[in-house]
Design a protein around this ligand. Structure first.
Ligand SMILES: NC(=O)c1ccc[n+]([C@@H]2O[C@H](COP(=O)([O-])OP(=O)(O)OC[C@H]3O[C@@H](n4cnc5c(N)ncnc54)[C@H](OP(=O)(O)O)[C@@H]3O)[C@@H](O)[C@H]2O)c1
Length: 318
């Protein structure tokens, strides 16, 4: 990818501080940054040490978002701070708040206190566009608001990715595996359209932001390059062509999803897990417009996605 006029070349001593590095998206970002010899300092919670991996240029900072001292060590001397940690599962607002709202406030505060005034990148979600749908969506919007109100004088950017898929993802994997077996499950009426993004393209977008995205101070919706997103029929068509087989479309009626979601809440309390399928998630799944628009972001950071759905499925499922 060529550099646009005015692009800031990556300096060899660049250090990026990152939260969420033990997760699907954060791990992919770490690997991409290290490939370009950017040094990465990543926060890891004590309970998640098993998810750490070793790599040259990568340092794990043991700590919590609620612990000011560990955040100070994380961001000190960093040129940029990427807050990618986020709670994506939960039954109530309190499950989402620590990573998605107060975590943002604390990261911004740590960046403010750091002598180098690092640039900030917040991983929000396209869901934040419709905060009324779910506790998750509302928490992502509140995190954005927290950043905007506390970041005056700082250089900040918000990314709202659509559904992200790729190797290492656990949320979409079962659906993709069913599709390869010849069944596409479609939530609700299936009349909506959605954008998608392959994880390495998103990681590349972060690298381009690092190189070229100074002073954006705005909110962007990167996607895989399919203008107008996908209909479920288009997704089915891609799968049919890729797997050279018929793909049966199975529409799951909204009332059935709602019933399953309602039952999932007490089950999650009883068995002690954080639920993904909740009434709020059903409203998200049945929402008609999850289409991203990213021309401004692409131009600003000189990024183009490279992996369309067929190639992304091939790379994800082999
Ligand atoms: N995947 C998608 O389709 C998608 C789409 C749009 C936006 N996003 C956003 O992208 C970000 C990353 O998502 P992901 O798919 O990579 O999720 P993930 O695989 O579940 O990873 C979440 C990461 O956040 C960390 N985390 C969660 N709660 C935390 C807390 N209270 N304190 C510190 N760290 C915490 C986790 O750490 P532990 O390992 O310690 O739990 C993990 O590293 C999130 O902000 C999410 O909202 C994701």
């Amino acid at each position: 990818m060529g550099e646009p006029e005015g692009a800031v070349p990556l300096s060899p001593g660049l250090t990026v501080a990152l939260t969420g590095g033990t997760g699907f998206v954060g791990g992919a970002i770490i690997r991409r940054l290290l490939e370009d010899r950017v040094r990465v300092r990543a926060l890891v919670r004590p309970a998640s040490l098993a998810s750490c991996f070793e790599a040259k240029g990568l340092t794990w900072i043991h700590g919590e978002l609620g612990d000011r001292e560990s955040l100070r060590r994380l961001v000190e001397g960093a040129s940029a701070v990427i807050h990618c940690a986020g709670s994506v599962r939960g039954a109530c607002p309190a499950d989402f708040e620590p990573a998605n709202v107060s975590g943002v406030e604390r990261i911004v505060a740590a960046a403010r206190e750091s002598a180098g005034h690092p640039r900030l990148l917040l991983f929000s979600s396209l869901a934040a566009r419709s905060p009324e749908l779910s506790d998750y969506a509302a928490s992502k919007r509140r995190g954005e608001d927290a950043l905007r109100s506390a970041a005056q004088g700082l250089d900040w950017t918000i990314l709202r990715p659509p559904a992200v898929y790729g190797p290492g993802d656990r949320e979409m994997l079962p659906l993709l595996q069913w599709m390869r077996r010849g069944i596409l499950f479609v939530p609700g009426s299936g009349a909506g359209r959605l954008s998608l993004i392959y994880v390495s393209d998103l990681a590349e977008a972060v690298l381009c932001w690092l190189m070229n995205g100074s002073g954006l101070n705005g909110c962007f919706e990167p996607h895989d390059g399919k203008a107008g997103g996908y209909s479920w029929e288009e997704i089915r068509g891609v799968a049919r062509e890729l797997y050279r087989r018929s793909v049966l479309r199975v529409d799951i009626p909204r009332p059935l999803l709602e019933l399953a979601a309602r039952l999932n809440i007490p089950a999650s309390r009883f068995f002690g897990y954080r639920p993904m399928l909740t009434p709020g998630k059903v409203r998200e799944l049945c929402h008609q417009d999850w289409v991203c628009h990213d021309e401004d972001f692409r131009r600003a950071v000189n990024w183009s996605p490279r992996v369309g759905l067929a190639e992304g499925l091939r790379r994800t499922l082999g």
